[in-house]
Design a protein around this ligand. Structure first.
Ligand code: AMP
Length: 114
């Protein structure tokens, strides 16, 4: 068993509402949704924070965003719009140390964020 919660989801050691998977990425519904649609999209590679990204991750990060747009369209969010967020470390509000893109939609978002 790993200490990384999201690796446990990738390895099916804990359950999640998985909505998308390919060789590199996994997407599942957030357990504590902050919007009518709240989906997390993660790489299968263990990368702790955005600070740990390297040039070799460039293509994977692009695929993460393309998957977010594809899922947003499937969830019916494309026209009204949505938000994607990646939190980093304490001030960013990161709680799970395996990078993930939040896809939030289905309601009006405010700006600036709290
Ligand atoms: P962050 O604060 O950016 O690290 O976001 C972590 C997110 O993971 C939060 O929105 C949590 O609600 C979500 N989360 C934590 N545990 C689970 C889980 N077991 N299944 C799905 N989402 C989770």
């Amino acid at each position: 068993m790993s200490d990384d919660l999201f690796l446990k989801i990738i390895n099916r050691e804990i359950p999640a509402d998985i909505i998308y998977e390919n060789d590199e990425l996994l997407a599942f519904r957030d357990i504590s949704p902050q919007a009518p649609v709240h989906i997390l999209i993660i790489p299968k590679e263990h990368i702790k924070t955005m600070n740990d990204l390297e040039p070799k991750h460039t293509e994977m990060i692009g695929k993460l965003f393309l998957a977010a747009a594809e899922i947003a369209a499937k969830e019916g969010l494309a026209d009204d719009g949505y938000r994607v967020v990646m939190n980093c470390n304490r001030h960013g509000g990161q709680a799970v140390y395996h990078i993930h893109l939040h896809l939030l939609g289905g309601r009006q978002m405010g700006w600036p964020p709290g």
